[in-house]
Design a protein around this ligand. Structure first.
Ligand code: AMP
Length: 395
């Protein structure tokens, strides 16, 4: 695995694929700089070596050149975070860009316009990738969030650099964290899988079944398992076409000696609303007209015990509808247990869009070992798939 440390960037122009797909408000101001901060150490390393950086990214899902998706809107914020004035050119290929790159001096940063203003980017167009490749001496991929896409700037471009390509610090850290959880772990290993549906997590469950000692199941997918086991789940979220699969997973886990822990009680509501009436009941005895929206207090106690004994922890997906205050407790209690285990020496990795939002919202981001920046990319790695953006650097 080639990383930044394998290169000295003195007098070199690094073309770096970053993930600056940051959220903007209606005034087109950046509302969360996490992704910019995550790329900082890579950019600073190149500058400190005495090189220059050409940064390329996508932003949103533009249909052609749409000003609201221009990377121009984030220049000031990138400058603030990096502490270095960032230059901007309003295209990503063509004469204007070539000129700006030629003028770029060591120690300087140039941000290119949104790659997705060209449909060639998502199509993985080879000619477009080759034009991008001409802008730099060394290609650095630091965009974990798009590493599962074979786009021009994330994958196809790498073929034009022979051995002059590497992972940025962020991407290297993401790969290392997942490796640490799945392959190079200290036992017992516990994976917590929450979120809405079993169907979106099947690939992950199947891949990790013989790599972990415990799987904690929570969130909406709980009820597919409970129904499969014969429980009454009322109006809770369920995937009826996955009942057989849920049983199969439970049987496979038993055969592999992996313990699956299901919630024993649930906070149920008579409406999908924060103002609904609620009660706490056994997860197998949910009355008609009521739905489980969070795990209950006994479940939190049970899960805390498993987590306290774990040396390696992976968390993907919230344990309840944490967006509503009245159904956030299970997710908060879980966050507390993971933070405590981490303080006691466990390695904890949190990933997947909604669990990342939850750890940030409830203040746990600094209390776990690593928070992944990539939702889909992380899920695919947990499913055991090799990601094209990673393959392209490794080959
Ligand atoms: P996912 O993207 O699959 O990780 O799902 C995340 C979503 O699952 C969040 O928006 C949660 O509100 C939702 N969720 C968690 N628990 C439940 C539940 N018991 N019933 C319905 N939705 C849930």
């Amino acid at each position: 695995m080639k990383t930044l440390n394998d290169f000295n960037f003195e007098n070199k122009k690094a073309i770096i694929r970053v993930d600056f797909n940051v959220p903007l408000n209606d005034k087109l101001q950046v509302t969360d700089t996490t992704r910019i901060e995550a790329a900082k150490s890579t950019i600073i390393k190149v500058l400190e070596d005495g090189g220059s950086c050409i940064l390329m990214s996508h932003l949103g899902r533009p249909k052609g050149k749409e000003d609201q998706f221009s990377l121009r809107h984030i220049v000031d914020e990138v400058t603030n975070v990096l502490g270095v004035q960032v230059q901007f050119v309003d295209d990503c290929i063509g004469d204007k860009v070539t000129q700006a790159v030629t003028n770029l001096e060591n120690g300087e940063i140039l941000l290119l316009e949104n790659l997705r203003f060209y449909e060639e980017e998502k199509k993985g167009d080879v000619a477009f990738a080759e034009k991008l490749s001409k802008l730099g001496d060394i290609y650095v991929n630091d965009a974990f969030g798009t590493a599962h896409r074979a786009h021009a700037s994330t994958t196809i471009i790498a073929q034009f650099f022979n051995d002059k390509k590497c992972f940025g610090n962020l991407l290297a850290k993401e790969i290392e964290s997942i490796h640490k959880v799945l392959n190079d772990n200290e036992k017992p290993v516990t994976a917590i899988l929450g979120g809405a549906k079993v169907s979106s997590k099947i690939g992950v469950i199947e891949n990790i079944l013989d790599k972990v000692d415990h799987i904690i199941v929570g969130g909406g997918m709980t009820f597919t398992f409970i129904k499969a086991l014969g429980g009454n789940i009322g109006n809770s979220l369920v995937e009826d076409d996955k009942l057989a699969l849920a049983l199969e997973i439970l049987n496979k886990a038993k055969a592999k000696n992996t313990q699956i822990h299901l919630p024993v009680d649930a906070v149920i509501a008579d409406d999908f609303s924060n103002d609904a009436n609620t009660q706490i009941v056994d997860t197998t005895k949910i009355p008609e007209g009521w739905m489980g929206l969070d795990c209950g207090p006994q479940t939190s106690i049970n899960f805390a015990k498993v987590i306290a004994n774990s040396k390696t922890i992976l968390w993907n997906g919230p344990l309840g509808v944490f967006e509503m205050d009245n159904f956030a407790t299970g997710t908060i209690e879980l966050g507390k247990s993971i933070a405590k285990a981490t303080k006691n020496g466990a390695f904890s990795l949190v990933g997947g869009g909604d669990s990342v939002a939850a750890v940030k919202q409830f203040g746990f981001a600094n209390k776990v070992s690593y928070v992944s920046t990539g939702g889909g990319a992380m899920l695919e790695m947990l499913e055991g798939k090799s990601l094209p953006g990673i393959e392209a650097i490794s080959n």
